[in-house]
Ligand binder design. Structure first.
Ligand code: FES
Ligand SMILES: [Fe+2]
Length: 392
């Protein structure tokens, strides 16, 4: 019997600057991208910016209540107009020469216009528009105002997602995380969609799910994944769960973990007690930021659950960890990600180790699991397709 042939992306896809730049120009400028939640921009003038390939996009809450998106670039000589997030005054004013735009992107003021810019038609120098669209209370943007809609791009994936009603859950801000990982963004995606490692790397940290029952597939370029709760955990989930159990599971969408990865790199982790984003942001060919933000059932008394967590932590963190089976190079447990009982630390560890090995001339992918790693091959196909389509 022959093993499945190698995965599709070459080593240079993870190590070459020119490959990284091509991805930015093709994949990241031609797909919808998560920008934030509507609660991040509650009032007129509130804005945030997000990088989409080679361009920065600003989303601004207008006085009419509308969200609008523009390329974050002055039409005079290109200075970036707004920084990461905040509140604009009555207009968007460029820091360089004070050209000003209203919240609909119209150029409304040019200092010394009569003396210096005779004949300038301000109506021809509005900000370049981008697309913005909301999905529940998630804000998504696309740099191309003519691109197919967000709903078209999602193309049926919602049927495979959990029943979680995002806007009815409340953000548990204390648990938001940001990690800079020394690995190419695709290794982080591949780890996320790898069903094979769950019962190995996470043998002690994610044992509340029944990994043998995992179901996964693709809907267009988007990956979807579901696995039910482990029977022991399910039998007493109300007590075992560290947080209040989500109250809107249905027979069609039962309890379990729904863990999709929307192309190219936006993960959602929706489980019995929480709904989280796993936002992967490529920073450099070998550096990736992962932001997580978590929403949970509204609970009137969080201290109760914090206290309960201590006594019901069996499924979150166990005394026997992965490190017990591993060569730890004499590290103290406190420093060892494999001793942390934290699946995120375990995942970061293996991604960074893979990136290091990519520098070795001996590196190659020997084989991949025909079922539980097949999503990685399909992801590679989607990456190559997206890069090719965009350059055709
Ligand atoms: S570059 Fe913006 S006003 Fe000159
Ligand atoms: Fe993992």
């Amino acid at each position: 019997m022959t093993l499945p042939s190698a995965l599709l992306l070459p080593k240079s896809a993870y190590t070459s600057q020119s490959w990284f730049e091509r991805e930015q120009a093709t994949i990241f400028e031609n797909n919808w991208q998560f920008a934030g939640f509507t609660e991040d921009l509650p009032a007129p003038g509130d804005f945030l910016t997000v990088q989409a390939g080679r361009t920065s996009i600003m989303i601004i809450h207008g006085p009419d209540g509308e969200l609008r998106a523009f390329h974050n670039m002055c039409r005079h000589r290109g200075t970036r107009l707004l920084r990461t997030c905040g509140k604009a005054g009555k207009a968007i004013t460029c820091p360089y020469h004070d050209w000003s735009y209203d919240f609909k992107g119209n150029l409304i003021a040019v200092p010394q216009q009569k003396e210096e810019f005779a004949g300038l038609d301000k109506s021809k120098l509005s900000l370049h528009p981008a697309q913005v669209s909301c999905w529940d209370n998630m804000i998504w943007i696309h740099p191309d105002p003519e691109a197919p809609s967000l709903q078209t791009w999602l193309q049926g994936i919602e049927a495979h997602l959990g029943p979680h009603r995002v806007s009815e859950l409340v953000e548990h801000a204390d648990t938001a995380t940001s990690h800079d990982i020394q690995a190419n963004w695709k290794l982080v995606v591949e780890n996320y969609i790898d069903g094979y490692h769950l019962s190995h790397l996470h043998s002690t940290s994610l044992n509340m799910y029944d990994h043998k029952q995992q179901q996964s597939g693709f809907c267009g370029p988007h990956f979807h994944f579901y696995e039910p709760l482990a029977p022991d955990y399910a039998a007493n989930v109300d007590k075992q769960s560290p947080l209040p159990v989500i109250d809107h599971f249905t027979p069609e969408k039962p309890l379990g973990a729904y863990v999709p990865m929307l192309f190219p790199c936006f993960g959602i982790g929706a489980d019995e007690s929480s709904w989280s984003i796993f936002q992967i942001i490529p920073l450099a060919v070998d550096k990736t930021r992962v932001i997580t933000r978590t929403r949970v059932m509204p609970a009137s008394d969080w201290s109760f659950w914090t206290q309960e967590w201590k006594s019901y932590s069996h499924y979150q963190k166990q005394t026997a960890t992965k490190a017990d089976k591993s060569n730890r190079d004499g590290q103290e447990d406190g420093d060892d990600p494999l001793a942390s009982g934290d699946f995120m630390a375990e995942d970061i560890y293996v991604c960074e180790q893979q990136q290091k090995s990519l520098a070795s001339p001996w590196y190659s992918v020997g084989a991949y699991a025909s079922q539980q790693e097949s999503a990685i091959r399909e992801f590679h196909r989607q990456v190559l397709q997206a890069m090719k389509t965009a350059t055709d």
